[in-house]
Design a protein around this ligand. Structure first.
Ligand SMILES: [Zn+2]
Length: 442
C-alpha cells in the first residue's frame, strides 16, 4: 500500500488571482505581480501523484501511511458513519510532515544554502526535522514569549532559534527579509507545501476508501484544506475518482476569519485571534481564496464551534475512541455533534492533524492537580471515595451552570464550588482539606 509519485518539470507556477506565470527561482511564496498566492498547474494529468521536482526521494522518515480508521462508538452515538485519518502518526507527530518533506527537497533542488520559517509550533518542528536529516541549516523565527516546550522539537533537530521582540507578524516580516538577504529558502504555508499536503487525498486512494460524503477539516491558514481539495481535483481529472466529497471548513468561534470570509465571500483579516486550539489561531488566513474555491466546487460548508465544544470533543475522542489529539483536532467532531441532524447516515471523514502530546497545557489547565496524599491506605481510600474526582470529570469543558443544573447548594457550598470550578477553568489547582470536605457533602 503506497502512493505512486511522479516527479515532473512539466508545470507552471500560476497566480490564483491574476493568473500570471511566476518564476520559481524568484518566488515560491507570493505572486511577483499582484502579491496574491500561487498554485502549481501541471501540464498533463497523471495516474500518479505529480510533484514539482526534478527528482523525488520518497519521504525517508515516514515508514507507513497514516492510519485510516472507522470510529465505531462515535458513529453509533451520533448516527453518522464517522471515520478518522490519524495524521498525528507522522514522524514529527503532525500532518505538516507531508509538506515539509517536499519543501526541503525543493530548497535543495533550488540550491539554497539554508531554510527559514516563522512558526511557534508544529511547522517549526516538522521543517527542522527534515532540514536536519538533509543537512540543510534551518532558522526558526519565534515571538519572545514562545515557551521552550513548544520549541523542544526544533531545538533537538538543531535548528537555530531566533527569539524576536514583538509578535508573530513581526517574526514573519523579519523572516521574509532574512530569506531575501541571502540564498535562503522561505518555508511556510506556501505553494510547494500544498504539493506535499495533497498527498493526503492520494493516500485515501491507496487505502481504498475515497467515497466519503464529506471531509471535515480544522482550518487555520487554509493550506491543508486547499491541498486536500487539490489532491481530489487532480485524481478526478485523471479519472481516478468519480467525485469529490463535500469539504467542511471548521474553525473555533473565537478565531474564525475563514468562516466569516466564506459567508461574506471576501477575505477577512483579524487583528488578533485567541483560542485553545492554538494551531489554527491564524488572524490572516493566507490561502483564503483557495478555500473559498474548494467550498464552491464541492458544495462545501463552513462551521464554527465554541471553546467549550472543543474541550468536550477533545475528551470524548480520547475516552471513546482512544485518540488523544491536540485541541484543533476536536473541531471536526464538535462540528458533527452540532450539526448531527444534517449528517445522519452520511459517511464523514474527520482529519486528526496532530498529537495531544504537542499541547499538554490545555489538559493541565482544565484539570485538577492531584493533592499529595499521606502515604497510608486510609488516605488513599478516602481520596478515591471523596467524590470530587468525579466532579472534576463532570466539570470538564462545561459551564458551571451546566454542571450544577440539578444540584441545590447552600450559599457557603455554592461559594466553594464556584471557586473550585473557576480554578479548574483557569488553571490546575490542588484542593485544600476544607474544600474536599465541602465537596464531599454536595
Ligand atoms: Zn498575481
Amino acid at each position: 500500500m503506497k502512493v505512486d509519485v511522479h516527479p515532473t518539470t512539466q508545470y507552471t507556477l500560476e497566480c490564483v488571482l491574476c493568473q500570471k506565470e511566476n518564476d520559481e527561482t524568484k518566488t515560491s511564496t507570493y505572486c511577483t505581480f499582484c502579491a496574491d498566492v500561487l498554485s502549481v498547474r501541471y501540464h498533463k494529468t497523471s495516474p500518479a501523484m505529480q510533484v514539482p521536482l526534478k527528482a523525488y526521494q520518497p519521504d525517508p522518515l515516514k515508514h507507513h501511511l497514516s492510519t485510516l480508521t472507522q470510529l465505531p462508538r462515535l458513529s453509533k452515538t451520533y448516527d453518522i458513519d464517522l471515520w478518522a485519518k490519524l495524521e498525528f502518526e507522522h514522524p514529527s507527530g503532525c500532518f505538516k510532515d507531508r509538506g515539509s518533506a517536499i519543501e526541503v527537497q525543493k530548497a535543495l533542488e533550488l540550491g539554497r544554502d539554508a531554510i527559514c520559517l516563522a512558526s511557534t509550533g508544529n511547522m517549526a518542528a516538522s521543517v527542522a526535522m527534515y532540514a536536519s536529516y538533509y543537512n540543510l541549516p534551518c532558522f526558526v523565527f519565534v515571538p519572545e514569549q514562545t515557551s521552550e516546550a513548544k520549541l523542544a522539537q526544533a531545538t533537538i533537530y538543531n535548528a537555530t532559534i531566533l527569539r524576536v521582540q514583538g509578535d508573530f507578524a513581526k517574526c514573519e516580516e523579519l523572516c521574509k527579509e532574512f530569506a531575501l538577504s541571502g540564498n535562503v529558502y522561505l518555508a511556510g504555508d506556501y505553494v510547494f507545501r500544498e504539493e506535499g499536503q495533497k498527498d493526503f487525498s492520494y493516500e485515501l486512494l491507496a487505502q481504498g476508501v475515497t467515497d466519503f460524503d464529506a471531509i471535515a477539516i480544522p482550518v487555520g491558514c487554509g493550506t491543508n484544506f486547499a491541498a486536500i481539495y487539490k489532491g481530489y481535483a487532480e485524481m478526478k481529472a485523471a479519472g481516478l475518482v468519480d467525485r469529490i466529497p463535500q469539504l467542511l471548513a471548521i474553525q473555533p468561534e473565537a478565531s474564525s476569519p475563514v468562516v466569516e470570509g466564506i459567508f461574506k465571500r471576501e477575505k477577512v483579516v483579524k487583528e488578533l485571534v485567541q483560542t485553545i486550539a492554538t494551531s489554527v489561531a491564524v488572524a490572516n488566513p493566507f490561502d483564503f481564496h483557495k478555500v473559498l474555491h474548494a467550498i464552491d466546487e464541492t458544495d462545501g460548508k463552513a462551521y464554527t464551534v465554541t471553546e467549550n465544544d472543543i474541550l468536550g470533543s477533545l475528551r470524548e475522542m480520547a475516552v471513546t475512541e482512544g485518540h488523544f489529539t491536540e485541541p484543533a483536532c476536536a473541531l471536526p467532531l464538535a462540528a458533527m455533534k452540532d450539526h448531527s441532524h444534517e449528517w445522519q447516515g452520511k459517511k464523514v471523514l474527520l482529519v486528526l492533524t496532530g498529537s495531544g502530546l504537542k499541547d499538554t497545557r490545555v489538559v493541565a489547565k482544565h484539570s485538577l492537580t492531584p493533592p499529595v496524599l499521606e502515604p497510608t491506605i486510609e488516605a488513599i481510600q478516602e481520596y478515591v471515595g471523596s467524590g470530587f474526582v468525579e466532579m472534576q470529570k463532570r466539570a470538564w469543558g462545561k459551564a458551571r451552570s451546566v454542571v450544577l443544573a440539578d444540584v441545590a447548594l447552600s450559599d457557603t457550598r455554592d461559594k466553594v464550588f464556584n471557586s473550585y470550578v473557576e480554578a479548574i477553568q483557569q488553571r490546575g489547582k490542588t484542593l485544600q482539606k476544607h474544600e474536599i470536605e465541602a465537596l464531599q457533602s454536595i
